[in-house]
Ligand binder design. Structure first.
Ligand SMILES: Nc1ncnc2c1ncn2[C@@H]1O[C@H](COP(=O)(O)OP(=O)(O)OP(=O)(O)O)[C@@H](O)[C@H]1O
Length: 513
């Protein structure tokens, strides 16, 4: 009884806290703790909802692309690609090329495709849904068929050292602050280059990963579209020869894409730009880059469902790493082609000189347009010439036309890039030229598929050690800067008619219907 009264007395004693009685102080402390716990719960819930909403804002970007087998692979007969004649009829011209034997066999091709395929499947251990476009350019046309389920694999796992909550299932959600810090406040010194729709910065994430950050220009409908298409096309796709998208940032009007940093420039700067002043790419390095490009395109066209048509294959979109592996980049114009669709009708986009004629004329697009662009790229690599070069005499301005003429006149050995230190053998040259000519066939149906192109090009030769690094010119993510380029979108109608030379590299909207 007395202890009870002592307790009551103590509770009624005044404390040093504003002279409040003890029971009042205890009450306030308990109340404050409860409030604190409640507040923390509310903050957690708000953050969770915010992340969920933000993801939904992207319509739960698809975890697409379940590679099925490389279809028809066993039906491909490499020997069919080169008839044993000493000429080929191409585009109405009798081309004076002798066909050398093709070294890779069906067995090799099938085996390599199977290996590729099982690797893709391992690397893309995904299940999920597909995305369809209805053939229109509007992003609204993209619909997600079902909620994808993704099983993270080693390759698609969150990057080490980054907060787990930022992981989206295929890549990371970065805040503006993350990227501001990564690029040193988007410092001018960190600008790698500028494309039609954004500026690319070199950066380093908080966990030390070197990245390229593409800051999309604000308020451009096309830019917004490009942003979303790029995420949809390659967000969830992994291939050694495709640049890896590590994540993105969406904050207010800001749109940014974060890629793996590819440290050895792009093919365009090696062939015609700053890097060409230091050294010429060797023939084997060129072929390695082209073979990698062909493999990535074969993957996009043959192994994915729906297939992805890149639409802007050109030298500046082929990034190169220090082992001379190609990495196709810039998927902003990509289109999905659903199963059973032979083509889609769409606005003609692309880059002057690379766009397939039937697509330019009709707006009908399918993967054979990429095959044509690849053929032009191959010719560019063989000859070291721009697809369109107004500095040359009229008969040589258009690379494809000039090349066909040279071959028809049995002057094919004169077309090789004079900057090459070691010319390719006649057999190597024929292999490359014939492949290119097949790719630029005016009849799109006659063009080979990209998996066939891979086999045509693959000579199973490796680059000797001493040829791997053409002298002093590797670009390190810390040191040199790839030449800065201005915006150079040109409309078809912008193309100069005669003397004036268009800015290089030529870009983007080719023409509008
Ligand atoms: N992941 C990357 N790593 C290193 N450099 C990159 C990366 N992505 C792009 N770049 C470089 O940034 C520059 C700008 O690239 P971007 O794709 O925006 O434009 P582009 O292809 O030059 O032109 P356009 O957009 O008009 O086709 C190019 O020099 C390109 O090589």
């Amino acid at each position: 009884m007395s202890s009870n009264s002592t307790l009551t007395e103590s509770l009624h004693e005044k404390t040093i806290v504003f002279g409040l009685k003890l029971w009042v102080v205890i009450g306030i402390a308990v109340g404050a703790s409860l409030l604190g716990i409640l507040l923390i719960l509310v903050i957690c819930l708000t953050i969770q909802t915010w992340i969920r909403r933000s993801r939904r804002a992207f319509k739960e970007l698809p975890m697409t692309q379940i590679p099925s087998a490389f279809k028809d692979i066993t039906e491909v007969r490499v020997a069919d690609q080169f008839s044993p004649n000493d000429y080929v009829v191409h585009d109405g011209l009798l081309l004076a090329i002798e066909n050398g034997p093709v070294e890779s066999t069906d067995k090799d091709a099938v085996q390599s495709a199977q290996e590729d395929n099982s690797r893709h499947r391992e690397e893309n251990n995904l299940s999920g849904s597909l995305v369809h476009t209805d053939g229109c350019d509007g992003i609204q046309s993209v619909s997600v068929c079902e909620q994808p389920s993704v099983h993270a694999t080693a390759d698609s796992a969150p990057l080490d050292g980054l907060p787990e909550f930022s992981y989206l299932g295929w890549g990371h959600w970065f805040t503006l602050r993350d990227l501001d810090v990564a690029t040193d406040h988007f410092a001018k010194d960190n600008v790698i280059g500028e494309g039609g729709y954004g500026v690319v910065y070199r950066g380093r994430l908080s966990n030390g990963t070197p990245v390229a950050v593409k800051k999309i220009l604000n308020n451009l409908g096309q830019a917004e579209r490009e942003f979303r298409v790029e995420v949809e096309a390659i967000g969830n796709v992994r291939h050694k020869n495709l640049v890896r998208l590590l994540g993105y940032c969406v904050e207010g009007t800001q749109r940014m894409l974060v890629y793996e940093f590819v440290n050895n420039g792009n093919l365009e700067s090696w062939l015609h730009g700053e890097l060409s002043q230091y050294s010429s790419l060797t023939w084997l390095a060129r072929m390695k880059v082209l073979l990698g490009t062909a493999k990535a395109l074969a993957y996009l066209h043959e192994a994915l469902e729906p297939k992805v048509v890149h639409r802007d294959i050109k030298a500046s979109n082929i990034l190169i790493d220090d082992e001379f592996n190609a990495k196709i980049s810039d998927f902003g114009l990509a289109k999905m082609l659903g199963a059973g669709k032979s083509h889609i009708a769409t606005r003609v986009m692309g880059t002057f000189g690379y766009v397939a004629p039937e697509y330019a004329n009709s707006g009908l697009l399918n993967e054979k347009s990429d095959v044509y662009s690849f053929g032009v790229l191959l010719l560019e690599v063989i000859t070291g010439r721009d697809p369109i070069d107004y500095d040359r005499p009229p008969s040589e301005v258009n690379l494809v036309d000039w090349l066909k003429l040279m071959v028809a006149n049995r002057r094919s050995d004169e077309v090789v890039d004079p900057h090459l230190e070691r010319r390719p053998s006649t057999k190597e040259l024929k292999r490359a030229l014939l492949t290119a000519l097949r790719c630029i066939d005016l009849n799109a149906e006659k063009r080979p598929r990209m998996d066939q192109v891979v086999r045509m090009l693959d000579s199973s030769e490796t680059i000797p050690q001493e040829e791997r690094r053409p002298r002093q010119n590797r670009i390190s993510e810390n040191t040199e800067t790839v030449p800065l380029r201005g915006k150079n979108s040109i409309e078809k109608s912008d193309a100069p008619e005669h003397e004036e030379r268009p800015p290089r590299p030529k870009s983007r909207p080719f023409s509008s219907k």
